[in-house]
Design a protein around this ligand. Sequence first.
Ligand SMILES: [Fe+2]
Length: 248
Amino acid sequence: MLWSDCLPPRLREELRLHQHNRDNRRGKVSKYAQTWFQIKDVFPQAIFSKLIVSLERLPHLTRNEGAWRSGSAIDGRTLMASQSRSPLLYLMSDEFASRVREETGIILTMVPEADVNRLSLLYYSGDPERDNRVTARTRPDGCGWHVDGNIYLGQRWAGILTLREDTTDIESKLELKPHGETKLIPRQGLENSLILFQGDHVSHRVRDMVSGEQRVVLSLLMSDNPTVTWNPWLRHYQRRVNRMFYGL
Ligand SMILES: [Fe+2]
């Protein structure tokens, strides 16, 4: 019997999550959490078209021109207060939840609204000045191989819903490495599809863009138990990540 078996269930869960994040930082992930899914035609076509039109009218926010990458991000609260609210509500519908359950066999719900990672819009583009060596700036547009942290007691499922990926590559800029093997995802058929994976177990990256290329995605965060940890260090870590990514 382990000493932790004597703890109340909630504290056992907290301890398990703490150990998971510690292992995660050391590059140790579970071989049982390497599954990923691609769900095609997520939005009904009429809603998808409405969403694209509404996003084109959004002011181009670049407030997160931070150290990690040169693209921009719009957090879910800002998005839901914009004209994109109506089409985006589809992602909170029973119809969408059922579709995810049918495709994955797992009952997943969006994480609480208080978490800016619940839903956000990410914009990636090449930097012509850097490509033409006008500037020595080396800040990448993508992000290198990494696994995410997890602040939820349940599984952390990251979803990347591609709205548009205009590049010269045959494969998506998003790459996953389940079981340590790089998985290239064809760019054809990527629009309006959702790549769903456990981001705290499956290593992933976004390759750099070159000048003229553009990529616009919705980032979703789902869980089978979206209960936020009591652990103040983990919560602090998440706030720091949010500040760097969204300027919040
Ligand atoms: Fe990530």
